[in-house]
Write a protein that binds this ligand. Sequence first.
Ligand code: SPV
Ligand code: MG
Length: 431
Amino acid sequence: MKKVYTCFCTDVIHEGHLNIICEAAKYGKVIVGVLSDEAMIRFNRFPTVSFEERMEMARGIREVSQVVVQNDVMYNKVIRELRPDYVIHGDNWLEGPMRAIRDNVTSLLTTYGGQIIDVPYTYNERVKILEDRIKAKLAMPEYRRKRLRQLIGIRPIVKAIEVHSGITGLIAEKTIVEHQGELDQFDAMWISSLCDSTAKGKPDIELVDMTSRFRTIDDVTEVTTKPIIFDGDTGGQTEHFVYTVRTLEKMGVSAVIIEDKTGLKKNSLFGTEVEQTQDSIQGFSGKIAAGKRAQLTDDFMIIARIESLILERGMEDALNRARAFVEAGADGIMIHSRKKSPAEILEFCDRFRQEDKGTPLVVVPSSFNSITEAELTDHGVNVVIYANQLTRSAFPAMQKTAEDILRYHRAQEVDSRLLPIKDIITLINEI
Ligand code: SPV
Ligand code: MG
């Protein structure tokens, strides 16, 4: 009997999947691959049911003879092992980033004469409602909040990108690329104080108050499902910080990062060019401990950001602080630097990891931007934050457009650089 293979990347079996299975059964014995958590996150979205339940779901379908695990988005391993006569899939993989997967399958099958079967994808109201429900569930605070901890356990490195509005949230949510045969997307969002302030035309000095920062979070959570890391600046007064923790938890934010500075905070990328005061170890440890006592869920993370390298206080000071802040209850350490070279960051990570294998490490490579995610992973980093690149790319583009309209007294010259009207009006999904 011929072997027909299909891969499931889903939390529910709907009529579209059953249609594919019934079609598959006409050609032979049906084998279903269930995408692992890691592969599913990379390709599509965070699963809302466990891997074991997804396996059970596939086993429960009458026409299915065998269920296997597919550990990668690409089919190399599974096709080499199973050598199916046919691979069957919805024809939605003929376009967009999924095309790369189809190309991968085609090249594998042609080596031994296997064939692809593209089945018309089932688009209807019932399927759409099911898909929308899954997304809506992922966006609920109780599901979203815990996802950062889950991702740290699953991904080699969690990648967060800066967002400061609904539209930048959509970019973080929806951008997916195919590069060198791999699909990739961001895991999380960083609500940067620099970019949130900049979007409001204000300096990054804790001038934009928390209530306003919370409104930015609202804008982002309304249209996204990915977990949020909130830039909490200094955390403010300890008496205020405890309220911030509770509010962030309620909103479904996964983590707050607070920096060990006090008084008028200026952006760290100024380094020692401006006066900035580092908090004492004791003072900042007290703030962390108070935040941890205030927190109501086990999911939420308070991450301590150490400014010793920024303020040129030395590596020993940074490491001492890291030890003390973990002792005080910090769920992670962010170490920052504004050097072009990543050397001091890597030295910190290596030395920290020698004594602490578990506490998550976070870095923000704005200045030391030559470092790759793979190198960071090798030095024990768990989360990388691309903290301001969306804002910094949008600003020059907008400025150039404004200048050119003034220069040419019309908009035609700028048009070729713009998002087509059709794309902008369809960018936002309606429920
Ligand atoms: C931010 O994005 O607001 C940060 C990171 O705090 S940095 O600007 O590099 O200090
Ligand atoms: Mg900041």
